[in-house]
Design a protein around this ligand. Structure first.
Ligand SMILES: CC/C=C\C/C=C\C/C=C\C/C=C\C/C=C\C/C=C\CCCCC(=O)SCCNC(=O)CCNC(=O)[C@H](O)C(C)(C)COP(=O)(O)OP(=O)(O)OC[C@H]1O[C@@H](n2cnc3c(N)ncnc32)[C@H](O)[C@@H]1OP(=O)(O)O
Ligand SMILES: Cc1cc2nc3c(=O)[nH]c(=O)nc-3n(C[C@H](O)[C@H](O)[C@H](O)COP(=O)(O)OP(=O)(O)OC[C@H]3O[C@@H](n4cnc5c(N)ncnc54)[C@H](O)[C@@H]3O)c2cc1C
Length: 618
């Protein structure tokens, strides 16, 4: 293919088989990036050529039957044996069996395994290990390994998600992924001196800034244990764009179809209007169109932030790691929640034809919706963001300066909205900042009151977690609104395109307030009159966007082959396409289906059943 950029490569493959999660998806998405980001130069030199040329085909095996969210609770063990300089991988319990990893059941011959590291009798927490599970000669399963598929799923039928367990499998010491942020920049002479006293690891390993298990089992810990979670942060940062893509495609299909579909005479004897002219259809679809644009911009922002911060991390500067974690975890959750719910609304807006696979919508839905679960279950991810927001709140209360996208925290909450009939973008951003700041403060106050009331920290956390979730969701929503507004304001408003996009951006902000009105009105920030401004503005924006609605989805520029939809065809020939789709159905290749003779004929014509049974035996 020759494409080196990972995102481009991902989307190129997506074009070839849209929303068919590739049986090599995890090889690209997590196995290769994990080697790239977590292996030493020596390990990369050994594994990357094999993995890039499909000799090693791998996956990311972390989740177990008993644990997916709580990584520190994983039960698979990797115990170092200094005598043989090996790790012994074991699945000590039923619940320790790896379960869910994509491409695991039948495709991969290797995997990076997250296991609890034990050396010199001590546990050092989750670490990654390269494990070969199938022969590279004949693909047979290697001794000490049990592997297979987990069976049918909600979707993802093209991916052999699997289970995997180890029975005291021995792997070389060199198979622990030992690259990290430096353990501290130990001067070369000290390293030589230090390591030559402790172990005889090869010289080339000594000049590297890595966490190590030395040959005698001495463990040198990394600068931050969470660096082992880096591959998940990469995917979370990528999923936002992926969710945006799914929602955008669903909008293309449902809005194009709504421009073709006519239904119900508008008045007795009148012609049937395009269903896109129904205000209720606009109310359901246009805000989703706005959300698709907003999430695309957010996806670009978070992935670029990932690239920037990851560069710093690889240079040993971990300062922005917490911010990246909070941003990627929150936006991953926010975007997949929004996109999944939105795709379902798009399907419903297409009536019966939306329920047909011919619409392309079910396939988009089952491809996007697992994003609410994998790579960090959404609620858990939102609570991780909330954890960061609580820290920011206490820093703000101590007068500390906060980084860019959390500077709103700790602001004066006594002010009122500046909203007028015009509904200025600035007033929209102020409203979202106020809502998020208020919810962050409310969650912090709740935590404080529970602790003052005698609750332990973890009890206060759980007792505040609904409000913490609300605060994190409001924070992510603010981020998306502000990021969209900044993008609009960065362009000159002279060109018609940007003027149209300003309406789309306004609709995103207005609709979000009206759909979460309680959170914006609870402290009187908005007056009833101002809510009226917003309601009238929303209806006016529907009329304003209607003439450009099809152009706005055409602008996403998804070819028909990617949409895979009879309803969203660029040429609008929906009915012919649906009829052709039906005619091509395999069951229509014979006039009478073979099951008639075995199941129906005995009911309809019992007297002639005998010859029917003969036929059925053929
Ligand atoms: C295809 C990709 C290729 C290239 C990429 C480019 C473009 C591609 C474009 C699009 C691709 C889009 C999508 C890809 C398509 C499909 C998807 C493909 C594959 C996905 C398949 C799914 C794979 C999986 O699901 S893998 C398994 C995922 N599992 C999880 O995510 C587990 C979630 N759990 C956790 O992360 C942790 O357990 C926890 C965070 C919930 C808790 O951890 P822990 O208990 O250790 O921590 P805490 O006590 O809560 O906090 C301690 C402190 O640590 C901080 N922390 C936690 N995590 C991180 C982190 N990751 N980074 C930094 N810091 C972290 C936390 O904040 C605490 O800090 P504090 O200061 O003490 O508060
Ligand atoms: C399609 C698909 C592909 C996958 N691919 C892979 C893969 O390639 N590799 C891999 O390792 N894994 C993979 N997974 C597994 C996935 O990463 C886990 O399912 C995910 O991390 C969630 O963990 P869990 O299933 O244990 O859910 P749980 O954590 O058991 O979540 C169940 C419920 O408990 C709640 N909950 C859990 N912990 C908390 C908490 N601390 N606070 C509040 N609520 C909580 C959650 O919010 C959720 O509602 C895949 C999953 C799917 C669906």
């Amino acid at each position: 293919m020759g494409i080196t950029d990972m995102q481009e490569a991902f989307y190129y493959r997506e074009c070839a088989a849209a929303h068919e999660n590739s049986p090599l998806g995890l090889h690209y998405a997590m196995f290769l990036p994990t080697i790239n980001k977590q292996a030493t130069p020596e390990q990369k030199k050994k594994w990357l050529p094999l993995a890039e040329n499909y000799k090693m085909i791998g996956t990311y095996a972390q989740t177990e039957l008993g644990h997916g969210t709580f990584i520190r609770g994983l039960e698979t063990t990797a115990t170092y044996d200094p005598k043989t300089k090996e790790f012994i991988l074991d699945s000590p319990t039923l619940t320790s069996k790896k379960y869910w990893p994509g491409c695991l059941g039948k495709t991969s011959n290797h995997c990076v395994v997250m296991a609890q590291l034990y050396t010199q009798g001590k546990s050092h927490g989750p670490h990654m290990f390269m494990v070969q599970i199938r022969s590279m000669e004949d693909h047979s399963v290697l001794p000490g390994i049990e592997v297979g598929v987990i069976g049918n799923k909600f979707g993802y039928g093209t991916n052999d998600n699997g289970f995997l367990s180890f029975d005291k499998l021995r792997i070389p010491r060199e198979n622990m992924l030992m690259r990290y942020s430096q353990v501290g920049r130990i001067p070369r002479e000290n390293m030589l001196m230090r390591y030559s006293q402790v172990s005889r690891i090869p010289r080339e390993n000594m000049l590297m800034r890595y966490s190590q298990v030395h040959e005698d089992g001495t463990y040198v810990k990394p600068q931050n244990a969470k660096l082992a979670y880096g591959s998940m942060v990469l995917i979370r940062s990528s999923i936002v764009s992926d969710a945006a893509r799914g929602l955008a495609q669903a909008c293309v299909i449902s809005i194009r179809y709504s421009a073709v579909r006519r239904q119900t005479e508008a008045y007795p004897g009148g012609e049937e209007p395009q269903i896109l002219d129904y205000q209720t259809q606009q109310y359901r679809l246009f805000p989703l169109l706005a959300s698709a644009y907003s999430l695309q911009l957010a996806g670009k922002y978070v992935f670029n932030t990932y690239l920037e911060v990851n560069d710093q991390i690889e240079k040993g500067n971990l300062e922005s790691m917490p911010e990246l974690h909070a941003l990627s975890a929150g936006l991953k959750a926010f975007s997949t929640y929004e996109a999944s719910a939105g795709i379902e609304v798009c399907r419903i807006c297409c009536g019966g034809h939306g329920y047909s696979q011919a619409s392309g919508l079910p396939k988009i839905y089952v491809d996007v919706v697992p994003g609410c679960t994998y790579e960090g279950e959404n609620t858990v991810m939102m609570l991780q963001t909330a954890r960061y927001l609580m820290k920011c709140y206490s820093r703000a209360k101590q007068g500390q300066k906060l980084p860019g996208f959390v500077q709103y925290i700790g602001q004066n909450l006594n002010k009122k909205s500046c909203m007028s009939e015009e509904v200025a973008l600035g007033c929209l951003v102020m409203a979202y900042e106020h809502r998020a700041a208020r919810l962050v403060e409310a969650a912090a106050m709740r935590m404080q009151s529970l602790i003052q009331g005698g609750k332990k920290q973890h009890e206060a956390w759980n007792g505040s977690s609904v409000q913490l979730f609300w605060a994190a969701k409001a924070h992510c929503h603010l981020f998306c609104v502000k990021n969209f507004v900044d993008a609009i304001q960065a362009k000159s408003l002279s060109s018609k395109t940007v003027t149209v996009m300003k309406s789309v951006c306004q609709l995103y902000g207005v609709h979000g307030i009206l759909e979460n009105l309680g959170e914006f009105m609870q402290d009187g920030f908005f007056s009833g009159e101002q809510v009226g401004y917003l309601q009238r503005k929303m209806l006016a924006l529907f009329e304003n966007i209607r003439p450009n609605a099809v152009a706005l989805v055409d602008a996403f520029d998804y070819p028909d082959m990617v949409l895979g939809s009879c309803l969203g065809r660029y040429d609008g020939q929906v009915y012919q396409a649906l009829y052709d789709y039906a005619k091509s159905a395999p069951m229509n290749q014979t006039e009478i289906h073979s099951t008639y003779y075995k199941h129906l004929k005995p009911l309809i014509n019992p007297e002639t059943t005998s010859d029917a049974m003969q036929f059925a035996k053929l």
